[in-house]
Design a protein around this ligand. Structure first.
Ligand code: NDP
Length: 384
């Protein structure tokens, strides 16, 4: 029997790579979702013949339903429709590659229905990490990280027990502006920020990689996934993106995962775990690489990394505020309404405004914090 998977965010960068893994490994694709790119989802639906498709945008879903009227494929609409499609799906593993906060409720639906969650949508853990981890535990559902760093940590942890972890070494490519001063960053354009040196990704995560917000989100993600406090997570800049992260154990042995920077490895591991199956990727040629470099991140030029560590230390709904403000600020930057350093300024001001939300741990509470932080961050952008 082929493995059965669902791909949420199928039209995006990770979603398409997940489908290419499905092609190679012969997985049966049960469900595909997107936001509003109807034509693209229609093509994927005709190619993969899933039992169902879903679109967050209701008008796009209605259009897709007409387009697929000659097929038996069920069409679900809206965020609630995506969640229902997940719950009713016969997929064993759901790859959540939706971008942003929109991935949170589908994450909870996957876990509540007891399916394996192959999680690329780090925002689920940033916004509501405790709720997500508790939901997984209560339902007995597994979370397999797809983010390359967390996949590497997960794999490295198979060499020791969680109680034996002394440090997590979380690697960062450093983004396109590694080594730049705060002054030089003032003139950065969206085009420059979208040119990532090693990874080809969606726009939001590419800008987050340039500001190091993405690395900050990954610290928060690791805290929740591996139950390790932020103080034990050390970010190390590694330009080549070959060592995807490592774990130092109590005896000072460091175990890391090395591979080519290609998200297909991470998706394949998350679906096949605990098995390892052949991959279409070429072998890693260490001698051709020659050497690998490591450096400390610059928290002064890239203040969103230390801010994320502060947000997770405060806890409660503060990380949700961080994420919401960043979604607004990055979108304003891409629309040229905000400068590159303006992203960090809007996020920092919003986080300090909502710092007292540290005691908020309910889903309704974090969603309310998300809404309030978005409105506040938008007002900051408008006022500039
Ligand atoms: P993309 O922007 O390329 O794709 C996003 C996907 O989500 C698209 O299918 C999009 O649909 C869908 N989507 C967007 N908004 C909504 C919404 N409101 N409701 C439902 N679906 C929505 O993003 P990436 O693939 O780059 O990233 C996806 C996630 O994976 C992010 O959380 C990112 O941080 C994480 N990640 C990405 C990596 C990468 O290499 N790209 C690496 C590690 C993690 P549509 O096409 O219709 O807009």
């Amino acid at each position: 029997m082929p493995r059965r998977i669902a791909v949420l965010g199928a039209t995006g960068s990770v979603g398409r790579q997940a489908l290419s893994v499905a092609d190679y490994r012969g997985f049966r694709v049960e469900l595909l979702t997107a936001d509003r790119t109807t034509g693209e989802l229609e093509s994927l639906a005709r190619a993969y013949r899933p039992a169902a498709v879903a679109m967050a945008d209701e008008t796009a879903a209605a259009d897709l339903k007409l387009r697929l009227a000659d097929t038996p494929i069920r069409v679900f609409a809206g965020e609630e429709g995506i969640c229902r499609a997940v719950e009713e799906s016969e997929a064993e593993t759901v790859v959540n590659a939706i971008s942003g906060k929109a991935g949170l409720l589908p994450t909870l639906s996957v876990l509540r229905s007891g399916k394996r969650l192959a999680l690329a949508n780090k925002e689920s853990l940033v916004i509501a990490g405790e709720i997500v981890m508790r939901t997984a535990k209560d339902a007995g559902a597994e979370i397999l990280p797809v983010d390359s760093e967390h996949s590497a940590i997960f794999q490295s942890l198979r060499s020791g027990r969680p109680t034996e972890i002394s440090r997590i070494l979380l690697t960062a490519s450093g983004g396109p502006f590694f080594g730049w001063s705060r002054e030089a960053l003032a003139a950065v354009t969206p085009e420059q920020a979208l040119a990532h040196p090693t990874w080809k990704m969606g726009k939001k995560i590419t800008v987050d990689s340039a500001t190091l917000m993405n690395k900050g989100f990954e610290v928060i993600e690791a805290v929740h996934l591996f139950g390790v406090p932020a103080e034990k997570i050390e970010v190390v800049v590694h330009r080549e993106s070959i060592l995807h992260s490592a774990v130092e154990f109590a005896d000072r042995t460091v175990i890391g995962e090395f591979s080519l920077p290609d998200m297909r490895s991470c998706v394949q591991y998350a679906v096949d775990y605990p098995d390892r199956d052949p991959s279409p990727l070429p072998p890693l040629d260490l001698a051709a690489l020659g050497k690998l470099s490591f450096a400390k991140p610059d928290g002064e030029a890239f203040p969103l990394l230390p801010l994320a560590v502060r947000a997770i230390s405060l806890g409660g709904a503060v990380p949700a505020v961080l994420n919401a403000a960043d979604e607004i600020a990055v979108s304003a930057f891409l629309d040229r309404k905000l400068s590159f350093p303006g992203i960090a300024e809007v996020v920092e001001t919003t986080v300090s405004h909502f710092e007292d939300l540290r005691a908020e741990h309910t889903l309704d509470g974090v969603l309310a914090a998300d809404r309030a932080a978005r409105a506040y961050a938008e007002s900051l952008v408008e006022a500039r």
